[in-house]
Write a protein that binds this ligand. Structure first.
Ligand SMILES: [Zn+2]
Length: 131
């Protein structure tokens, strides 16, 4: 039997989890569809990077899910985003989500937040790298 034993680990690998949440918002300074209170099913992609540990993992998917749930989803899901973020465009929401996650002490050593993607509709999304 041939067992695959990787002997040249990549230095860094990217790990992604996807989530959806439902929230209401309105854009107070905008004239158009998003001016009045309404809801979206947002789709969120969180990408972290880091080296592989002795288990061959960057981070346990279950841990990444737990962190995003407690830091982000529990605060935004079924809420009015305007109560949390003053002008809740997808761009401002991505920055807020980044800030909730970037300094999480629950992330394993050497694992860093790499990218946030936030879909406001199935074909409209923003990407943020924290700079
Ligand atoms: Zn909207």
């Amino acid at each position: 039997m041939l067992l695959y034993k990787p002997n040249s680990h990549p230095d860094i690998m990217f790990v992604t989890k996807e989530f959806t949440f439902d929230s209401a918002h309105f854009l107070p300074n905008y004239h158009g569809k998003c001016e009045n209170m309404h809801g979206h099913t947002y789709r969120l992609q969180v990408v972290v990077d880091g080296p592989l540990d002795s288990e061959g993992m960057v981070i346990d998917f279950a841990l990444l899910k737990k962190i995003v749930k407690s830091k982000v989803l529990d605060k935004l899901d079924h809420q009015t985003i305007n109560d949390i973020i003053k002008t809740p465009s997808a761009e401002n929401m991505a920055i807020w989500i980044w800030e909730q996650l970037v300094d999480s002490s629950e992330l394993p050593n050497e694992v860093r937040l790499h990218e946030i993607k936030l879909w406001e509709t199935p074909n409209s999304f923003v990407t943020y790298h924290g700079k």
